[in-house]
Design a protein around this ligand. Sequence first.
Ligand code: ADP
Length: 752
Amino acid sequence: NIWITTNFGITNIVVVNDPARAPIFRYYRYFDQDGIGNITFNLHSIFCNLKGEILMGGMGGYIKTAPTPIQYKQSNSKVIFTALKISNNQIDVGEAIGNNRIILPKNIQLAREITLDYSDNNFSIDVSSMNYESPHKTKFAYRLSDDANWIKLAGNTIYFNKLPAGVYNLQVKASNNGGNWINESSNLIIRVNPPFWKSTRAYILYLLIFFIINAVIIIHTHKKNKLKLQMQSLKLNIEKQHEINEAKMRFFTNISHDLRTPLSLIITPLEKLLGTAVLDKSIKEDIKLIHRNAVFMVDEVDQLLDLRKLENGDSILNLSHGNLPELVKEICNSFDSYTNKKNISLDVILKSSSIRMDFDKNKIQRIVMNILSNAFKYNVENGGVVVTIDRVLGPEGELARIQVADTGIGILDKNKTKIFERFNQEARDSVYIGNGIGLHIVQEYVLLHGGKVEVKDNINRGSVFIVTLPISTTHQQLIEPEVVNIDNQIIEEREEELPILVVEDNDDFRQFIINSLKEHYPVMAASNGKQALKMMAKQPVQMVISDIMMPVMDGLELCNFIKEDIRFSHIPVILLTARTSNEHILKGLKEGADDYITKPFNLDILLLRINKIIEWGKNNHKAFKAAEIEPSEITISSLDEQLISKAIALVEENMSDPDYSVEKLSTDVGMSRGHFYKKLVAITGRAPIEFIRTLRIKRGRQFIEKSQLNISEIADKIGLSPKQFAKYFKEMYGELPSSYNKQLRSHNASNS
Ligand code: ADP
């Protein structure tokens, strides 16, 4: 039984002897709170008196103990829970907090478990060991699950902050007076409910929402797929319909193309007959009727081709500048097919006689013709048609207005927009069977011009078609009516004329052209491009007139060959095309064609064009002789231009060489003498020897005009003897170089 004084109090160490084991040392400490007071013990100041009492001395007093060892009680009382505080507020038994929750239905000492909300997560629990003798000696430790480490408490309150939702088994144990942990712990089940968004109900809700969304998506996709499928089949149907339509249109277009050539074979000879033959009046009338109907058929065929072009989006405006009222009047004047039949009068009123603007002549023609022919077609016996042209002010400026009023059967209100649709005909018992494309083309063409077409009721009866077109004036080139006057075309200098080569695969048509031309020119014929080239290699020709569409080698290819071959490049080419398509014409002109004519053509126009080209060549020959001109002005292909430029340059270089001969020149340009001869004659109208001489004399004249040299010096410079110079100069300019010189100088003298 050992007593020890320390700076902090007294410790009593009791040794328990157990013979079977090593001795056990138990220690018991006494502090100020145990009643010993705040005493500081002196060193060695300890004494055991006779009674066996032990006295421990310190500053100002001593402590005395009984001699018998103290019987220590092992306080093993269990820990109890004494209070629950939420956010530092003590919760009483039966107290309702929040939304009427009672957390402690009975005293917490008796409670086996408590249930808290997620929001109560800042709480504390007080514990006690019921050891009131020396509570300061009692220590507590707790843990929240069996496998966690014990956490020692500094006091007797366990604080919890932000405890996650879950179920916890709070275990608390205490130490006894002797400082030993009591093994038995007290338990309290703490349930922290999850927040709503983490609760089971919430999870069920989530699941439900998830399923609903999925279901909605599935239903939606299903619907969408169904719709897609429907759309696909619809599209397929439309495509099929489109294909059928396309095939139909192709068929009609092909037939139209096929019809155009024979029709032109009917119309052209008829025109020839009407123009020339002295025929019986009644026969003439019959021919006129045939002619009119054939023209009508070509018109219908053209209409189909126009429609096709519109559908393919190939229709483009070919704008040029002109006077619209004049054109409309011209169209009305030429329109006579129906006037006589029903005795319908046609009046044209030009309220504005001059509206100069841009328009596509062919398309305006088509617009007016279509409306006009309807006005006659759907008119009554002895009815009337009035065409009025004037200017009106639209919202965006001035407009040209063409009105065609008839006294016909009129159009029902409900059909007034429909009649402009393709293949749309008013369902009425009309005697006429149309095709329903006329007004569709009218509308499309008007729209192409940026204009508008509408139909209204005429005041008394019938209908008025009103076309308004914006007046724009960006194109300045004038459309002048084509003057056809074949009588003036006297073809001069027929001797030594080279033949015109006609290339056409249709036997009838070829024969027809040959017959028409042979009165005026020598003619040769080939049935395709290849054959034509073969013939041209053997026999020089003056001009080629070729169809475009032919087997083996078509007209465009032939034209290309001609313009790229130095042997032929000077030969003018006129292309005949059955298609009125601009692309073909453009392509033809690109290949170097000099002109084109669309079938069916007027024979007079063909002759006029041929003659124009021949005239052009002759004028070039004159121009070459007379003055200093650029090679490009007299050549029709760039190959020819290069050749002439080269030849001129070579002669210029060798001007002073009297021996510079035709042989040398043709070798220098890289051609045989014979070819060079033909080429030069075709382009300049001179043989090579003349060509060289002409250039020499022209240069000589320049020397006279611009230098101070005398005549014989000039003759020397241009490689001629003075005698030759005098002779040829006189031939070309009608006087001797010396007199020309004199005249020039006296003229200059008088001027100065
Ligand atoms: P088509 O005359 O070949 O039938 P259109 O496209 O030219 O085709 O005309 C469409 C329809 O509009 C005609 O079938 C006709 O019923 C109606 N129509 C056109 N112009 C007139 C008019 N001047 N008077 C009465 N009806 C007309």
